[in-house]
Design a protein around this ligand. Structure first.
Ligand SMILES: [Mg+2]
Length: 426
């Protein structure tokens, strides 16, 4: 059978491993409260390269136990900013949800403890759990920072699976101090559904003969893989449960190749392998802020984002060939620009490229901008294309310089070297 392991309210559970006073209390973790990266003065930052799972922003302030966490979400103008990325089950009883603004959450539950995220801790616990699982189960796939799939075929007899996962759940709590929920079934999709139904700190095994009974009354919105638009479509056919979906095979399969795969998944068919290695396909950075009309200030922000992303790319030793800049304006307008370039990556060149893509993407120059994003993809090690040889010599020099800059920043922080054009004189 296949199993799915998910850490319960991961970021909160991680904080509880080092601060027991947070146990049994409404606790939430804030995110995106880092508008300080645009501040004209330096700040103390660390970098994180994982952009998977519940994780929203790439850069966070270094953990400082002396500072009160809520203060990290108060901007210069005294307003509380940011949204919640995780909340404890105690907090959820007050109606608190992921994605809710911190202000709204505090109005629902004034005693809510809001912690600043500490990605270094979460990454460390995530890789500890990963290594722990690799020792227990031969085939493990990490699906996100707090989610894993495992294949028990040839390892644990089907009749032993329920006992095996229940034991594993208690062992993980004992050895790593993290509460997890585990689901088991013949396919990844149903194992994940079983985990979701078992939460928090539970186990659920779904054998093939129990499959139909298990899914019958589950609402379609709870099935991982049924997104908003598919939900709408299904509901328009009065299909609101997985049981009804299974009875509507002809209709569902007639829509698209995707809906055919979806039917198989809900039907419990084993369509996806466990992939032990997670290959990174892209990396990006984005920030939302109060609307800005001043293009000079926006260019400054593009440069700052490009510096942060450049550092991440140098750390990954990745050579992207496709670059993307996205802009969100007020009034829900959006625009973007892409380019493919086969050049050896370096920071100076990347900064210029981002600025030119921003200029190209900025098609509504009279509108205020509320969000900027930059991303890179199609790494050359994956696509095996050759880099341009014309600029290779000068690029190589710049690439080496960028590597030196990276080493300096690893030692002294991301703000140790900044472009003069980033510094605002206002
Ligand atoms: Mg989780």
């Amino acid at each position: 059978m296949k199993i799915h392991i998910d850490i319960d309210s991961f970021f909160v559970s991680a904080e509880r491993t080092r601060d027991k006073s947070l146990c049994h209390k409404p606790v939430a973790i804030g995110g995106r409260g880092d508008s300080y990266i645009f501040a004209p003065t330096s700040s103390n930052q660390s970098i994180n390269l994982d952009n998977s799972g519940a994780f929203l922003g790439a850069f966070f302030q270094t953990y400082d136990p002396t500072q009160k966490d809520i203060e990290k979400f108060i901007d210069a103008d005294g307003k509380i900013r940011g949204i919640l990325t995780t909340s404890s089950y105690e907090a959820r009883k007050f109606g608190i949800k992921t994605g809710m603004s911190i202000r709204e959450a505090l109005s629902l539950c004034p005693e809510l403890i809001v912690k600043a995220p500490d990605m270094a801790l979460y990454k460390e616990l995530s890789s500890r759990l990963h290594n722990y699982l690799l020792n227990k189960i031969p085939l493990i796939e990490q699906a996100s920072i707090d989610e894993f799939y495992g294949d028990l075929k040839g390892w644990v007899e089907d009749s032993e699976v329920a006992f095996f996962i229940d034991t594993l759940r208690h062992e993980i709590k004992r050895d790593i101090d993290l509460p997890v929920s585990i689901g088991a079934a013949n396919s990844k999709a149903i194992a994940k559904l079983a985990t979701n139904m078992a939460k928090p700190f539970g186990c659920k095994t779904v054998f093939a003969h129990e499959h139909v009974e298990f899914v019958t009354n589950i609402h379609i919105k709870n099935f991982p893989g049924i997104g908003k638009s598919m939900q709408k479509k299904l509901l328009s056919y009065q299909i609101d449960t997985l049981g009804k979906l299974l009875k509507s095979r002809g209709i569902v399969e007639s829509w698209s190749p995707y809906s055919r795969t979806l039917y198989k998944q809900v039907n419990g068919e084993d369509t996806q392998e466990i992939k032990p290695l997670h290959v990174r396909k892209s990396i990006g950075i984005s920030r939302t802020f109060d609307s800005i009309i001043d293009r000079a200030e926006l260019r400054r922000r593009v440069i700052i984002l490009s510096r942060h992303l450049s550092h991440a790319l140098m750390r990954l030793n990745a050579l992207p060939t496709t670059y993307h800049v996205g802009i969100s304006y007020e009034l829900s307008q959006r625009s973007h620009a892409n380019i493919s370039q086969y050049r050896l990556f370096n920071e100076l060149w990347f900064r210029k490229l981002c600025l030119s893509l921003f200029y190209k993407a900025d098609t509504h120059k009279h509108l205020k901008i509320i969000r900027l994003s930059i991303s890179c993809s199609n790494f050359t090690c994956n696509s095996r294309r050759e880099l341009s040889l014309i600029e290779f010599d000068s690029d190589l020099k710049q690439h080496k310089l960028s590597q030196l800059i990276r080493e300096l920043r690893d030692l002294y922080g991301l703000d140790i070297l900044r472009f003069a054009s980033e510094i605002s004189f206002r």
